[in-house]
Design a protein around this ligand. Structure first.
Ligand code: GLP
Length: 262
């Protein structure tokens, strides 16, 4: 079941998503969130940071997990999602570093603990331990998502099983091309670790953001297509509590503009 929230533009979308996040953590201070990267959530993070700097103890009891990270990219690389999260959110709010989790695409900690593992086995162990860490918190309360033009959520590309869990995936050439500007040295990663579609669907509530004309065809597929592996975001239609926040430009291809229901 998808609730649609149609807003005028990117600024309104960012404010609406931030309001949901801030309201949730205020009412549920020890909550667990699943967080996205990409250009879409940048505005949401900016709103959250400016609201939190005006308040005391916004994130002190919050636990966060991120959807994904590139394989082989160290956390201090400017194209890494570790770096993205540090610069957009973590270094500006009172989130306990011990409670913010991203998959480690270098599996450094696993390799330190189990030096006998080869790199591939260490990556697989990293994926399994990420799932266990999510479970240990009691599960994700609210997942925030962006969406790729081909409907990918996290890095779950078309063809991903709806029951998939955190795992190593190969990035679609179009996804690599979209992310190439973040790797100016020319070595765009070929693989990533991503929370699975099943991992995402286990979240109690899901908020997906889509902005701009480039996302209009994907928004149309999300609204109108029966769920299938060809279009990963359509898996959200199987979930009981999903809010999709879109701006007008992203609704351009829809046959019928959905009425905002939240
Ligand atoms: C990347 C991320 C996704 C994100 C997608 C869309 O591939 N792994 O989580 O949703 O990009 O990005 P953007 O918001 O920049 O369009």
């Amino acid at each position: 079941m998808i609730h649609w929230k149609v807003v005028d533009d990117y600024e309104a979308l960012s404010a609406a998503a931030a309001a949901i996040l801030l309201d949730w953590i205020e009412r549920n201070p020890s909550t667990t969130l699943l967080l996205p990267t990409g250009s879409t959530p940048e505005g949401m993070y900016a709103h959250v940071v400016s609201a939190c700097s005006a308040r005391y103890r916004c994130f002190s009891d919050v636990t966060t997990f991120n959807l994904d990270e590139y394989v082989g990219v160290p956390p201090d690389h400017p194209g890494s999602y570790h770096h993205y999260m540090r610069t957009r959110l973590f270094s500006h709010v009172d989130l306990d570093p011990g409670r913010s989790h991203l998959p480690d695409g270098t599996a450094t900690e696993v390799r330190r603990r189990e030096p006998e593992l080869d790199f591939e086995s260490a990556l697989r162990a990293e994926c399994a331990s990420y799932e266990r860490a999510i479970e240990a918190t009691g599960g994700i309360d609210v997942a925030f998502l962006g969406m790729g033009r081909n409907g990918h959520i996290g890095f779950n590309e078309p063809g991903s099983p709806f029951e998939s869990r955190t795992r190593i995936v190969t990035l679609h050439p179009s996804t690599r091309m979209a992310n190439a500007p973040f790797f100016p040295e020319g070595t765009v990663p070929e693989r990533a670790i991503t929370a699975g579609i099943g991992t995402i669907l286990d979240s109690r509530r899901i908020i997906l953001m889509a902005s701009g004309a480039a996302k209009a065809p994907a928004v149309k597929r999300l609204a109108e297509e029966a769920p299938s592996r060809d279009f990963p975001a359509a898996a959200l239609r199987l979930h009981g509590d999903v809010t999709v926040i879109v701006d007008r430009a992203a609704t351009a291809a829809l046959t019928v503009t959905p009425a905002s229901s939240r």
